[in-house]
Design a protein around this ligand. Structure first.
Ligand SMILES: [Zn+2]
Length: 162
C-alpha cells in the first residue's frame, strides 16, 4: 500500500547536514527503525511531503531547507544569562559551564528551555536557546520498510502500538 494519511510507516533513514555529501547527523540503526503514524503532525511536514505515495521497498533521497525544518537561527534566542542563575546550592561551578555544554533552564511558569552554552563571561553566560538544528539545511536518505493501516486504537492514542 502507498503512504497516505493515517497509515503506519516503518522506515530507516540517514540524516546529513546540507546535502548528500554532508556529515551524518543521525542514522537509524539496524533493527531500530523509525515507526510513526503518517499525516498527524508527528514529523516535519516537508519530511512527510517527500514520502507521500511511496511504498515498501522504495528509497527516497531529498533535501529540506532550514526554514522548512527546524527554522532559521534566531539571534533573539541567543541570550546573556546572569551567572547567578547557574548557582547550585549557593555555588557556581565554572567547570560545568564550558562552551558547548547543553543546559536546561525553567522560566517562572515552570516551562523548560534547552540551550547550549556559547561562551562563559565573568558575570554572564551566553546561551543559544535555538533548536540545535535551527539554521541547518537537512538531507535525508530514506528506505521504506513497511506501510500498513493504523489500528483504531493507534489513531485514538496518536501513537504506534507494537
Ligand atoms: Zn497507546
Amino acid at each position: 500500500m502507498k503512504i497516505e494519511k493515517n497509515v503506519v510507516v516503518d522506515l530507516d533513514y540517514t540524516l546529513r547536514k546540507d546535502d548528500k555529501e554532508g556529515d551524518i547527523i543521525e542514522q537509524t540503526q539496524d533493527g531500530n527503525p523509525l515507526v510513526f503514524i503518517f499525516g498527524i503532525g508527528m514529523m516535519i511536514p516537508s519530511f512527510e511531503e517527500n514520502l507521500e505515495g511511496k511504498e515498501a521497498g522504495d528509497e527516497v533521497s531529498f533535501g529540506i531547507k532550514a526554514e522548512n525544518a527546524y527554522g532559521k537561527h534566531d539571534a533573539q534566542a541567543v541570550m546573556d544569562v546572569p551567572i547567578k542563575y547557574f548557582e547550585v546550592e549557593g555555588k557556581i561551578d565554572r567547570d560545568k559551564l564550558q562552551t558547548g555544554t547543553p543546559i536546561q533552564m525553567q522560566d517562572q511558569e515552570g516551562r523548560a528551555y534547552r540551550g547550549i552554552i556559547l561562551n562563559q563571561g565573568i558575570e554572564e553566560i551566553k546561551v543559544d536557546f535555538n533548536h540545535p538544528m535551527a539554521g541547518q539545511d537537512l538531507h535525508f536518505t530514506v528506505t521504506i520498510n513497511n506501510v500498513r493501516e493504523a489500528t483504531e486504537s493507534e489513531l485514538d492514542h496518536g501513537h504506534v502500538h507494537e
